[in-house]
Design a protein around this ligand. Sequence first.
Ligand code: F0G
Length: 467
Amino acid sequence: MSDNVFQKCIAPDCGATYSVDEVLVACPKCGNLLDVQYDWDHMEVPKNLQHFEKYWSERHVPQRFSGVWRFHDLLPFTKLEKCVTVGEGQTILRASDGVAEFIGMNPGRVSLEYEGMNPSGSFKDNGMVAATTHASLVGAKSAACASTGNTSASLALYCSCLQTMKAIIFIGSGKIAYGKLSQALDYGALTLQIHGDFDDAMARVKEVSKDLGIYLVNSVNPFRLEGQKTIMFRILEALRWQVPDWIVVPGGNLGNSSSFGKAFHELKMLGLIDRIPRLAVINAAGADTLYQLYEKQGIRWNGGQPDRVAIQGYFDRMNAENRRASTIASAIEINRPVNLEKCLRALEWCDGVVRQVTDQQILDAKARVGACGFGCEPASAASVAGTKLLREEGVIGKDERVVCVLTGHQLKDPTATVAYHSGDPKKFDETLAVRGVTSCDFANNPIPVENDVDQIIRAIQTHQTHP
Ligand code: F0G
């Protein structure tokens, strides 16, 4: 691969560099995370963002059809023709006045970036296409990940399409939503249900992939995060290259927020945008490590010297108390985010804030999002619930331009959706009450009715509502 592209340790006091031909998930010298970096001075850089519009007419080329690779010029770690694609990134940014009203914002100010439209139904395909491209370049025969469900569905999809690599996935037993488990099984991935949660599965997959020389695609893989930058590029594209005021995203393992920060930092550095939007990362209250560290303990990136003693102390206490992540938003049920330091860096670049929202707030927001024409899974709705909270606090102004990222499709987790809407006390108790959810104010209950035309007509007349 070209000398103009390399991997670099994110710790400024280390800054060691490595070839992109190496398969690394941490800096061999100091153990910190790695970035993919480009020597932009010796590469062809687009003069402006309109540059990308010329590729719209080249959609017959699979890589130009891809919503990731049509921005290849901003993630050129290999040649375009070597990039894997299954048609990822055909997503849409749509304004929703219904959601704006729910949040308390003016019409036209809230847009939702619908990543559920990806081939495996979540934003993960943006990153997985980049990771599997790199895996193919280095000749990997198997690739592994730990997952709360979407990363595994995405890896399973890419491996089944490629047929050159076997997917091996580690999931916490009973911890992933059925839609996601069904995808991994159907795509033929070797699926290991570990007795433990995501944090356990993550620790084990790191050890096992190292021991067996398996290519690891979790977001500690710097190539994956390059692909996820394109979510931001597509948002700018949909806004006709205008920078919004806020990007709001759920936070789990913190890969997305890290890559969004890198995307904007690079665009600004290259002179392609003149300001960086603010970033809001939203934790679930039952999995709120970032919130606790950033907002409560005031931990900052601090020029690459975050207070690691305080961070370690936090995790030590978590271990001592055997505290486990717990939220209905199973996708972000994570207490030990592997990208913590990169996310702190992104929060600095983007003048970011972090909030936590309860499962009640998440499910209410999800129901409003659904009723406004977007189906999303619980974790995704955290971005809308978080925006509502920030609006109530006055941090986000009524007239600011906000983009909430809807990270995954509604059909990923039908259990949570049906439990909320069904009005079935058993489902409610088993799925929601145990999470502290006490009401379903936005529920759309199914109406039981006899198998009789008159009664059906009466039911329609009684319950019919008009927009
Ligand atoms: N939303 C959804 C739907 C997710 O699946 C995830 C992460 C996130 C948000 C959080 O993103 O980790 O970049 O902060 N899911 C991972 C998985 C952990 O295994 O599928 P993040």
